[in-house]
Structures are given as C-alpha cells and as structure tokens.
Design a protein around this ligand. Structure first.
Ligand code: NAD
Ligand code: MG
Ligand code: MG
Ligand code: MG
Ligand code: MG
Ligand code: MG
Length: 339
C-alpha cells in the first residue's frame, strides 16, 4: 500500500524561516495563504490589481505585484489559473527567482507539458490538494483538512521533499493524509479524473438521465430532483463509506436496480472510450488542444459554456433552488457570484 504521511511524520523547521509568496488569491490561493498564515508561516500574496487584491487585503495580507512578491520570497507557490501561468511566469516570475529558491505548483500541467521550464538552480515541487480550494479553507478551520499529493520535479537544495511536506502540513493536508506522486502521475490522473468521472462523467450522466425522463413526458421538476438533487445525498454516502455504505442505505430494490442496470449505462464501450480519453491525456493531445484554445481566446469554450448554461436542467434547477434556500450555503452563493 502507498505510504500516507500525517502530521506526526513531518518536520516543519525547514519552512519556518522562509518567506512564502502565494501567487494568485482565488479558490486555492486564498486557502493556502490563510491556512499557512494561521499555521505560523510568513506569507506575502502576489497579484495583479483587481478583485482578488481587495479580498486579500481585507483578509489582512500584504499584497504585492507578482514580481515583487517573488523577489522577496524563498518559496513561490503558483496558484494562478493553469492557462495564465506561462505568461505570468515569463513576465514576472522567472527573472525574480534566485538560486536556492523553490517554486511550487498545485497542479503539474505546465511543468509536465513543458509550458514552464524552471531554471536549474531552484527546487521545484508540487502540493496538490485533492479537493476544491474552498474546502481546503473550510476543513482547516474545522480542525480537519483535505488530503494532498506531493511530488518533486527538481531537488537542488537536498530538502525539496521536506519543504513540500512542511508546506502540505501548513495548509492542513497532513491532517487528512499526504501521498507521494510525480508531476506526471498527478497531471495525468487529475486530467483524466475530471474529464471522465468527476466533472465530465457526472454532468453527462445527469443530463442524459434528465433528458430521458423529460423526453418521456415526466415533469422536469421531478426529473431534476431524481437526477441532480439526489446526487449529493448519494455521493455523501459514497464519501463516508464507499459503495457498500451507499448500498446499505438505499432500498434493496434500488440496490438490485444498481446491479442490473448500472453496467448497461456504463459498459465496456464506455470504458474503451475512457481509455481513449486517458491516451489523449498521456500523449499531450488534450493539453495541446487546450493550450491552442486559449491562444485563440476560447471560441469553443465560450460557445459550449453558453449552450450548457441554457440547458433545461439549469433553468428548472435555478427555479427550484430559489425555493430551497437551505441548499445554497452562503459560501456557494459567493462562489457563483464571483465567477
Ligand atoms: P482561480 O481561478 O480560482 O484563481 C486564480 C487567481 O489568480 C485569482 O486570484 C486571479 O485574480 C489571479 N490571476 C489570474 N490571472 C492573473 C494574472 N495574469 N496575474 C496575476 N494574478 C492573476 O484558480 P484556482 O482554481 O485556485 O487554481 C489555481 C491552481 O490550483 C491551478 O494550478 C489549479 O489547477 C490548481 N488546483 C485548483 C483546485 C481548485 O479547487 N480550484 C484544486 C486543485 C488544484
Ligand atoms: Mg525570490
Ligand atoms: Mg483534481
Ligand atoms: Mg484539475
Ligand atoms: Mg429515488
Ligand atoms: Mg440497502
């Protein structure tokens, strides 16, 4: 079994006298900066002027330009959107890194796909929380944490692993467990997981179920509750105790339906297509398409996004959620507005 590390396994001294620049103050950035600060570390936030800057200042941080923050820091964590990182790296980070500094990422995309080529005299590591930034923050405040992967791309100081682990502990991840990976494994599994299962898989499954029911004449409200709203209740059971726990809680009728119909929905053909998706991730084909899409100012991304947001499930969902104010936590409201 892979070795999972916890707080008792980690030494923090290596990071204690270092200045950490958190570059970006979005979903991950705000969580890393606040958690590190409350764990006793010296944090400066690097940003361009804008909404995030105001928020970071309200949270009590000194905010500097990316160049200035990197210049005064020993450890630089890059928490910009992946598709912006290369440009900001070239313009503001590269020339301000000094020999012996460390540069770190929460996702391996730009290092693994050679969009960022770091200098040879700095440590390069990865601390990738396996959860959304707002949960990295919330669980830390609750005394818990979101598990994280760590990986080393370049170890110049001889301490890169210790640095990565101390950093992971600083954001609270070692309360939940920290697991070693490589930039390659993190990048490929993260991209595959979000495409085939977590984001792409789940949204397509929900939409197909909703469309099947409404096209058969059932009320969209009923189809919404059945295919989307209940998803969270089922996922909570999976999260707490795996498939067995979920199946224990549902009726035996539902469990029998799960056994006979699940494999008809997700069959060998689906798995073969998942393998194609994985191949496109591994060969860099997906990465190349996404990099080019950004260079073209996202024509396809924007068109698909507009179409998706007007799907009937979204319309009925907005109406129903208005009537269930308890569904929308204040945090989620804020996140949706910020988008
Ligand atoms: P985000 O979009 O929420 O936040 C990005 C931040 O960067 C914002 O504060 C924005 O103002 C700032 N920014 C954008 N362009 C900038 C520029 N040109 N100059 C200066 N600042 C700029 O991003 P995020 O979702 O937190 O993702 C950050 C990293 O974390 C990515 O590598 C991502 O893959 C990784 N990650 C994210 C999550 C998640 O929960 N969202 C989970 C795991 C890993
Ligand atoms: Mg520096
Ligand atoms: Mg992920
Ligand atoms: Mg991802
Ligand atoms: Mg039911
Ligand atoms: Mg049961």
């Amino acid at each position: 079994m892979a070795k999972v590390l916890y707080e008792k396994d980690i030494q923090q001294e290596v990071l204690k006298n270092k200045k950490i620049a958190v570059v970006g103050y979005g979903s991950q950035g705000h969580a890393h900066a606040l958690n590190l600060h409350e764990s006793g570390y010296d944090v400066v936030v690097g940003l361009r002027a804008g909404k995030s800057q105001k928020k970071a200042e309200e949270d009590g941080f000194t905010v500097k330009s990316v160049a200035d923050a990197v210049n005064e820091a020993d450890v630089v964590m890059v928490l910009l959107p992946d598709e912006q990182q290369t440009q900001v790296y070239n313009e503001s980070i590269k020339d301000n890194l000094k020999a012996g500094n460390a540069i770190a990422f929460a996702h391996g995309f730009n290092i693994h796909f050679s969009q960022i080529v770091p200098p040879e005299d700095v440590d390069v590591f990865l601390v990738a929380p396996k959860g959304p930034g707002h949960l990295v923050r919330r669980t830390y405040q609750e005394g818990a944490g979101v598990p994280a992967l760590y990986g080393i791309y370049q170890d110049v100081s001889g301490n890169a692993k210790e640095l990565a682990l101390a950093y992971a502990q600083g954001i609270g991840a070692a309360r939940a467990g920290v697991l070693e990976t490589s930039f390659q494994e993190e990048t490929e599994t993260d991209l595959f997981g979000e495409q085939a299962v977590l984001c792409g898989g789940v949204t397509s499954l929900i939409k197909a179920g909703f469309e099947t029911l409404t096209e058969a004449g059932y009320q969209p409200e009923v189809a919404y509750f059945e295919c989307l709203h209940e998803m969270k209740l089922i996922v909570d059971l999976l999260y707490e105790g795996g498939l067995e726990n979920m199946r224990y809680s549902i009726s035996d009728t539902a469990q029998w339906g799960d056994f006979v119909s699940g494999p008809k929905v997700i069959d060998e053909g689906t798995k073969a297509r998942m393998k194609e998706i994985l191949t496109d991730v591994q060969t860099g084909k997906f990465a190349k398409g996404w990099i080019l899409e950004n260079q073209a100012n996202r024509p396809q991304f924007n068109a698909i996004n507009a179409k998706e947001n007007s799907h009937p499930i979204e319309k009925v969902g907005r109406e129903l959620r208005e009537l269930m104010p308890f569904v929308k936590q204040p945090l989620q409201n804020k996140q949706i507005k910020q988008k």
